[in-house]
Structure formats: C-alpha cells, structure tokens
Design a protein around this ligand. Structure first.
Ligand SMILES: C[S@@+](CC[C@H](N)C(=O)[O-])C[C@H]1O[C@@H](n2cnc3c(N)ncnc32)[C@H](O)[C@@H]1O
Length: 250
C-alpha cells in the first residue's frame, strides 16, 4: 500500500508554526546586526524564516538542518529561485547526531526543542544547553518554545498528549533561560490568530484529501488523524499552550 499523498503543509502556510509574516520580520530585525553573521536553524522545516533572514541581511550565511527530506528539498528549491543558494546550506540530518562545522552568531530553535530527542520534560533544557555549545560567546538564540499561557484543567490535560510538567509559565520559561546563563533581549508570544491559521492548515489538508479520496484504503486512518488533532486542539491546547518567542543572548 502506498502512503496517502497529503498536500505538504508549505502549500497552506508560510511557516511551520504559529508565526505571522509581520512577527517574522520583526524577529529578524531584533536579531540585528547580522552583517557577516552565520546563522544556524535546527529543525528548520522548509527554512522560510532563514531565507527571509538572508534576504534582510545580504552578507549573512546560514545552515539549516531538518529530518524531513521533502521540506528540505522545498527550501533548497526556494533558495535557488530567490538567488540565495550560495549563502545557505540545507541538510537532511538528525540534529541529535549532527556536528556543526563552525560556531554560530545566531542559533534558531523554533518549535523544535524536540530535535535532541529524549523525554519531553527535558526538551527545553536540551535546547538551552545545546544551543549555547553552538554559539559564539555573546551570540543570540531565537527560541520558539511552548509555555502554559493558562493553567490547563484536568480535562484539558487529559485531552492532549502534553504532560503538565513539560512547560512552564512565560516568566518561568524566561527564568529557566536566565538560569542557563542567557540574558533576555526580547520576549513575545504567538497570538490566537497565528495559532488558528497554523492549526487550520493541518485540518484543511486532511479534510481536502478525504473529500477527494473517499474510497481510499487510507481514508479511515486519515479521518482518525484529523479527529485526533481536532480533539487535541479544541479540548486541549487551544488557549492553554502558548508559543513564546524569546531572543536570548549567550
Ligand atoms: C514544528 S516544526 C518547526 C519548523 C521550523 N522551525 C519552523 O518554525 O518553520 C519542527 C521541525 O523539527 C523537525 N525535527 C523533528 N525532530 C528532528 C530531529 N531529530 N532532527 C532534525 N529535525 C527534526 C521536524 O521535521 C519539523 O520540521
């Protein structure tokens, strides 16, 4: 049986996360100065954020790493089409087993602290510790990380696959970063609208596929996936799990 061909997420959204174009542009501005900077994005997806950063910083270079071959190929094609291919190296690799070539001025871990593997309870700690090893002294970490925007009820916790202790409050997350030797340069968070745009993109792709393939042997599996995601979202994390964007200086 071949796998069902669901439209890749990049057909429906600009970034693989709750991030508007406006916020992305502001985060890039806040990472300045980027003259001659080397930027590393771990779990970069199709690397749209990195491509925009290179467009805004014409002397910067970048490396992006992701396990997903389809996303990396899409990022490479976009880099080529936008004249950025000679300043970006996009690699298919498992970050946990990957070796950086040189220290970075900026490290980005956006919605991707899971890339070092292990128990979800240590993902944030891994990102803070591992990013520091990859940064030059004084370099910056852009960390897009989950936090409890509102304390979840027992019902909400039971409806989603997120352990209570995986996340902290926003203040707790910042304090945790400070305790790892960073200074906070900026903190903001994804809006409900950014979350809805992102979450809807998953549902849209699955529902479109179900409409077009009602008799496929994969239909039950895809419907179950869509139903599961909707439950996680509407009974679990919508309004409780936030995504913080922190700019931290090592
Ligand atoms: C929520 S997406 C975020 C993508 C990107 N940072 C963005 O904001 O558009 C998480 C990404 O981490 C990647 N990923 C997960 N585990 C990984 C690993 N061990 N090594 C490399 N990439 C990984 C996934 O393939 C996915 O593209």
């Amino acid at each position: 049986m071949t796998n069902p061909e669901i439209t890749p997420l990049y057909e429906d959204v600009t970034f693989h996360g709750p991030l508007s174009e406006e916020r992305a542009a502001r985060l890039i501005r806040m990472l300045a100065p980027l003259d001659g900077a080397h930027v590393l994005d771990l779990g970069c997806g199709w690397a749209e954020f990195l491509l925009r950063l290179l467009e805004a910083a014409p002397t910067a270079t970048a490396t992006g790493v992701d396990l997903n071959k389809v996303d990396i190929a899409h990022g490479q094609a976009n880099a080529q089409a936008r004249g950025l291919a000679d300043r970006i190296d996009l690699q298919v690799a498992d970050v946990g087993a990957w070796q950086a070539g040189k220290p970075a001025d900026v490290v980005i871990v956006n919605g991707a602290s899971q890339v070092w593997g292990g128990d979800p309870l240590v993902h944030t700690e891994n990102a803070l510790t591992e990013a520091k090893k990859l940064l030059k002294p004084g370099g910056k970490l852009l960390l897009g990380e989950g936090f409890w925007e509102r304390e979840p009820s027992d019902e909400q916790l039971a409806a989603m696959p997120v352990p209570r202790d995986q996340y902290r409050s926003l203040a707790g997350l910042v304090d945790f970063a400070l305790a790892h030797g960073y200074r906070l340069l900026a903190a903001e968070q994804a809006s409900q609208d950014e979350w809805d745009v992102f979450e809807n993109s998953h549902g849209l792709a699955w529902e479109r596929w179900l409409l077009g393939n009602p008799d496929s042997p994969h239909a039950a599996e895809i419907r179950a996936k869509a139903d599961r995601q909707r439950t996680y979202r509407l009974h679990g994390w919508r309004g409780t799990v936030g995504l913080a964007y922190l700019i931290l200086q090592a």
